[in-house]
Structure formats: structure tokens, C-alpha cells
Design a protein around this ligand. Structure first.
Ligand code: NAD
Length: 326
């Protein structure tokens, strides 16, 4: 056993915990995502080699950050997990192999854009929007109902008296982000590092008037609790969410082969800059809900979906120079 590793492990964990706090709790990252991902991959590599060193408080086992104390806490009945990620085609093929080994060769995937925002949960009771929450640490999030009510594309009442929890990504469109930073620059205020931090900082405001001014939007793509047995596929769920009048990203697509998945990735890598909102990758999801259940979850992420991350856009090399703020 390499005697140096435990100290390295402690250092990596301490560093990652600090970066996570800055990113998730303060919305003020001090390093680029690529640096965070590099350290996380180092930690994963060590823990894979030495599973006996994995503890429940390791950053590899935890989702997001702790909720801010100023907000009322919301407990998620179904945990809001993170996503496993891959960075190249080979790793994506490994994911596909793992899926096929577990559920057989009859697999359809849904490819979606990975929206660069923050995960939110919306609860509708009898068709009325009653609760909105952040992911927080996956089990406990923050009550941001009043802030989410200011998102104009979000219906407060659905056309049917459904009871369900729908989940998705709140984001700040590129134009709103640019305008906001121009305004902050004019006022001599610190700039936001990226649309993700701007969206998170804007929604996690105690004063909903500030959220209202920030022009946020939402795309919904999953559900927590949902009382509809007839929905058996992820794509069917997206169609149902859309039918209920909730905003769904229009670019999602069923792919029947890995070649179709790679074509989708290529297409949206090229279209990325032209989209009116930021994306940081493509999410590939097993379509069949029966297969999703068979695959299950790790402590941190579902085994039936994976994020293919685009190579980092190094906006953040300027991060040290730019002060970021909520
Ligand atoms: P993630 O951002 O890699 O992916 C998971 C999230 O993707 C989900 O929770 C969901 O909110 C979102 N998502 C967007 N579109 C989606 C779609 N169509 N379907 C499903 N989910 C979708 O994971 P994470 O746990 O939120 O964050 C980890 C990442 O955050 C790291 O890889 C790193 O890049 C970044 N990070 C950076 C720092 C830093 O200091 N710079 C610190 C912590 C984390």
C-alpha cells in the first residue's frame, strides 16, 4: 500500500469540499469546472483502487451542497441525484456495454441537452403549483416556491387536477445573462461567472423581486412522484409533461443505436453556440422505465443515464480576475 495515499486522499477531499461549498452554497466558484472534475477523477481513481477507503462523507458519495440556512428546508421523498459523467466516446460505449449487460440488447436511449442551470423540483397538488425546491444535498433542498412563481414560463395551474412532482432545470437564457452582467458592470457590481451561477444565485434570493427581475426559465425533464401508470417510457413522460402545459426542451430525441447517439452529440456540439441557452453536455437516458428500475441507482447517480460532458470552455481562466457574486 502506498503510504502517501491517505494524506493525498485527505487533501483531495478537503479541497473538493471547499470547492463544492463555494459552488453550491455560495454560487461563487473559485476554480473552473474542469479543475474540479480533474480532482474528482483523481479521487475516484484512488477510491476505485482502494474501496476500503470509501466513506459516506467522501465527495464521491455526495450530491450537491448543503441548503442555505436562511431558507425553509424541503425533504425530497425521492432523492434528487446527480449524474455520472463521461468525457469521450469510449467511456460512453462502456456505459452502453454496462446497460446491455444488465438489461439485454433491446435498448432505446433518449438523448437530451444538458442544460447549464440548477436542478429544481415542482410539486403540483390538484393541478396547483404548491411547492418549489432546489436539489440541495439531494435529500434536503431549499424552499424557493415564491422565487419559482416569478418564472413566467411556469404555469401556476395545470389544465388537469394532477398530483405530481415534476423536476427539471432552471436556467438563465444567454441574452438575460449578458444583459445582467452588462448592467452589473455599469453599476460596478461583481460579475457572475456563468449562466449556471447566475441562475442559482438569482433563484436562491430571499427577496423574490430580485428573482423576478432576472428573467429565468425552466425546462422540465423528469418526475419524482407521479400517479400515472400508463407512462412506461422516459420519452412518454416528456410528452405527458408537455401535454400538461409545462415547458419541455424541444431538442430531445429517441436514439435506437449508439451511432444515432454519436450523431446527436455531433449535431448539438455544432449547434451549441447558436442555442439561446447554455448547455454543458448531452444526457443519454435509457427510455424504458422497466429497464431503468432494473438498472437502479448508485448512492449518487442513476445507472440508467449518463452525462457526456463537452470539453470545458475556459471562461473560467478569467475567474480569478473576475469576482463573482450572488
Ligand atoms: P452535473 O452538473 O455534472 O450533472 C447533474 C445535473 O445535471 C442534474 O442534477 C441536473 O440538474 C442537470 N441536468 C441538466 N440537464 C439535464 C437533463 N436533460 N437531464 C437530467 N439532468 C440534467 O452534476 P452536479 O452534481 O450538479 O455537479 C457536478 C459538476 O458541477 C461538476 O462536474 C463540476 O463541473 C461542477 N462543479 C464545479 C465546482 C467548481 O468549483 N468549479 C464545484 C462543484 C461542482
Amino acid at each position: 500500500m502506498d503510504a502517501q495515499w491517505p494524506q493525498k486522499l485527505t487533501d483531495l477531499r478537503r479541497q473538493l469540499n471547499q470547492y463544492s461549498y463555494e459552488y453550491y452554497v455560495e454560487d461563487r466558484p473559485s476554480v473552473p469546472d474542469s479543475e474540479y472534475d480533474r480532482l474528482m477523477n483523481e479521487l475516484i481513481a484512488i477510491e476505485t483502487e482502494h474501496p476500503e477507503w470509501i466513506t459516506p462523507d467522501s465527495p464521491t458519495q455526495r450530491v450537491g451542497g448543503e441548503p442555505l440556512k436562511a431558507f425553509t428546508k424541503v425533504t425530497h421523498d425521492v432523492p434528487m441525484l446527480s449524474l455520472g459523467d463521461v468525457f469521450n466516446e469510449e467511456e460512453l460505449l462502456d456505459f452502453d456495454r454496462r446497460v446491455r449487460q444488465a438489461v439485454g440488447d433491446d435498448v432505446v436511449y433518449v438523448c437530451e441537452l444538458k442544460i447549464d442551470g440548477l436542478a429544481v423540483s415542482l410539486t403540483y397538488e390538484n393541478g396547483q403549483f404548491i411547492l418549489g425546491a432546489t436539489r440541495g444535498n439531494g435529500t434536503i433542498g431549499e424552499d424557493i416556491t415564491n422565487n419559482l412563481k416569478t418564472v413566467r414560463s411556469l404555469p401556476l395551474v395545470l389544465p388537469e387536477p394532477v398530483n405530481f412532482e415534476v423536476r427539471g432545470e432552471a436556467y438563465m437564457p444567454k441574452k438575460s445573462f449578458e444583459k445582467l452582467n452588462e448592467e452589473r458592470s455599469r453599476n460596478g457590481e461583481p460579475l457572475f461567472a456563468n449562466p449556471r451561477n447566475a441562475a442559482a444565485g438569482s433563484l436562491r434570493q430571499l427577496d423574490p423581486k430580485i428573482s423576478a427581475k432576472r428573467r429565468l426559465s425552466v425546462f422540465l425533464y423528469s418526475s419524482g412522484q407521479f400517479d400515472r401508470e400508463k407512462i412506461t417510457t422516459h420519452y412518454g413522460l416528456l410528452e405527458e409533461i408537455k401535454r400538461l402545459g409545462l415547458p419541455v426542451n424541444p431538442e430531445s430525441r429517441r436514439c435506437r443505436t449508439m451511432q444515432e447517439v454519436f450523431d446527436y452529440i455531433k449535431e448539438y456540439t455544432e449547434k451549441r453556440d447558436a442555442l439561446p441557452y447554455g448547455i454543458d453536455g448531452i444526457v443519454v437516458k435509457v427510455d424504458s422505465m422497466a429497464q431503468q428500475r432494473a438498472l437502479g441507482n448508485t448512492v449518487k447517480s442513476p445507472r440508467w443515464m449518463i452525462a457526456y460532458k463537452f470539453p470545458a470552455e475556459e471562461v473560467v481562466s478569467t475567474l480569478e480576475a473576475i469576482e463573482v457574486s450572488i
